[in-house]
Structure formats: C-alpha cells, structure tokens
Design a binder for this molecule. Sequence first.
Ligand SMILES: CC(C)(COP(=O)(O)OP(=O)(O)OC[C@H]1O[C@@H](n2cnc3c(N)ncnc32)[C@H](O)[C@@H]1OP(=O)(O)O)[C@@H](O)C(=O)NCCC(=O)NCCS
Length: 384
Amino acid sequence: MQDVHISTKPAVMDGLKGVVFTESKLSFIDGEKGILKYVGIPIQELAQNSTYEETAFLLLNARLPTSAELATLDYELKSRRAIPAGLLEVIKLFPKGLHPMHGLRTAVSSLAMFDPRADDVTEAGKLEKAYNLIAQLPTLIAAMYRTQHDLEVVAPRGDLTHAANFLFMLNATEPSPEQTRLFDIALILQADHGMNASTFTGIATASTLSDLYSAITSAIGSLKGPLHGGANEAVMDMLAEIGSPENAESYINGKLERKEKIMGVGHAVYKFFDPRSRVLKEYAAIAAEKHGKSLEYATLERVEEVVIARLSSRGIYPNVDFYSGVVLSDLGVPKSYFTPIFALSRIAGWTASIIEYTRHNSILRPTANYIGPDDAHWLPLEQR
Ligand SMILES: CC(C)(COP(=O)(O)OP(=O)(O)OC[C@H]1O[C@@H](n2cnc3c(N)ncnc32)[C@H](O)[C@@H]1OP(=O)(O)O)[C@@H](O)C(=O)NCCC(=O)NCCS
C-alpha cells in the first residue's frame, strides 16, 4: 500500500481561517482594532440607543426601520409569541435535568412540524419563519426552564417588549425598566457576529435549500459547543473556583503552566479587546455595585488584569463571554440557560445571514486533500 504524495495539493486552511466564501452587509469586524458594527453602525451606539426589535430589523433588512416599519415588526413579533399547544406538551415530556441546549435544539426542530408552511424557502417564506423563530425562541426557552423546575409555565404578554416579556416568562415577575434595558443590551450585543461557527453552520444547511427550521436547528447544535456558546457558563465555574481576587493570579498562572485554556478570553477574530466585553464590563460594574456582587466582579477584574499582563502580547484579551455571565445571573438567568440566551439573541443574525446568503445561493461544498492509501484492495477477513 502506498500513501498519496500530497506536495502538489492545495494548502489546507485550518479551521477555514481567512477563507472568504461570500459577501455580507451585516457585520463588520476589525479584530485588530476591536471594532464591531452592524450594517455600518458601531455596536456601542446600538447598545446605547437601540432595542433588540430594532436591531433585528436592521439585520433582516440591512437598514434601520422607520417608526411605521418598527411598529409593524413589533406587531408581527408580539402576535407570534405563543407556541403551539402540542409543542408545549412535548416540552413537558423532556426528561428532567437535561442540558437546555439539547431541549432548545429539539424544540426548534419540532416547531417545523407545527408549521404547515415550514418548507416554504422563498424569501417571503423565510422572513415569515424568521419572525416566528425570533418571537418564539423566548417562549420555548422560558417554558422549558419552568417545566424543568416544576414551575407553572407563564404565557407571553403582548404589552411587554421582547426583552421584558422574556424576563417575565422566565421569572414570573415583571422586570424593572433597568433590568429590561440591561437584558435588551445583552441581546443587542450578541445578535450578529459575522461568519461565526453557528452562522456558517446554519448557512451550510440552508444552502441545500433545506427549510429555515432545519438550518436553525443545525446552528443551535453548533452554538452548543464550549468553544463557541458555552464559554460564559464556564467563566462562572471559573469564578467559583477562584473564590476571591487575591487567588486570581495563582489560579491563572497554574492554568497557563498546565497549558489549559482560560474561559472567556481569546477570540478567533479579535486580537484586541472584544468591544462587546467593554460594554458589558460597564454594566456588570453597575449591577455588581447595586446588588452586592462586588466580590464576583472584583475577582473578574483581577482575572482580567492578570490575563492582560500575561497574554495580551499574544493577542489574547477578554471576549464577550467574560462579563456576560455576571450580567445574566444578575437578571435571574440560571447558568445553564446562558447558551440558550445566546441563541435567543443570535437568532436575528442567523436568520438574517441565511436570508442574505440564499438570495444568491450556492450549495456549500468545500473539498479535502485526500491523504489516504492510493492503491488498496478489499481483503477477505482472514487475510487482514
Ligand atoms: C475562542 C478560541 C477558540 C479562539 O481560538 P483561536 O484564535 O483559534 O486560537 P487557538 O485556540 O488556536 O489558540 C492559539 C494559541 O493561543 C492560546 N490561547 C487561545 N485562547 C486561550 C485561552 N483562552 N487561554 C489560554 N490560552 C489561549 C492557545 O493555547 C494557543 O497557544 P499555542 O499556540 O501555544 O498552542 C480560544 O481563544 C478559546 O478556546 N477561548 C476560550 C473559550 C472562549 O472563551 N470561547 C468564547 C469565544 S467568544
């Protein structure tokens, strides 16, 4: 048996890094300078002034809405918030103690069976399904959380904003305006982020002209991995292990000596501060002060100092997940629901990117350099 000689083969682009496969008007990222813009608008401006609903319109249409368009979108989303009764029964049957991302993936996949027009992959059909998904993900997640904890499911309310309605369905109490605003900001910050792994996965599925529910189910599966969506949960575990600021330095040094990764830092694209982590840091500080979480916050700040001292020369800085866990737990979101919340936010970017890509669709089909045996033959079992 002879191995194939590979020197003449095209270079392998590990992790597809630097490979450009499409054009997009949605996210602009400058990883060296730490800049993120949606349709040209800096993320800081959106965090300060926009709402999740408006940001979703911006991504789906590549422009800001007029007030009439925003009102129409608001109506569309509010009128779609309820999930099918049959699906609620399915959620109630989920085994207790599941990882909510398994539950969310299954629930989103099931949604297709309750939508008689699930397979409509025209642009108008996909937009309709995008509205369904943006409106219903919060209801699915809150219903799953409450049934998992033997709590009564709270029905969505049509008089609350997207952010307030989710917190209401989760905690069964109406959030304060400050809590609503904070959650809205957290949702805006993660609504889109270029060709990240889950967006790419969703696009790859949709590029076969499969339906939007299938594409989003794939994207959720991709987001579940700890190198992508699960890092803020891991940051909270790390915080608990460190305990207090004075232990931070030895903890980080120990991790680096053992060549272990520190969660919530480093990024495939940002080689400087992730701008979303800067916005969240500001709000995490306010929340910590207000709700007596100063020890957690002070520990994170100390970890940040040590990480910058030890790793910034290698382009490794805190990412969006570094402070988001503290912010979300302050809003009553349990740790295991951080990644579903990421999905709840990213659904706008996923659906917008899929609609944008499939407008000029080409099935995604890269190649691999074959490095296996060149001249092999089947052998009977006794000769192997
Ligand atoms: C996000 C992430 C996967 C990006 O990876 P990447 O840019 O492809 O970089 P790699 O994983 O290939 O790592 C490159 C080098 O930096 C180091 N590095 C990257 N992230 C690190 C981290 N969080 N802690 C310590 N070292 C890190 C690696 O150990 C590697 O070192 P080496 O060259 O000596 O082997 C990576 O930074 C990571 O795993 N971070 C922690 C998980 C996380 O917070 N994810 C959320 C992302 S928003």
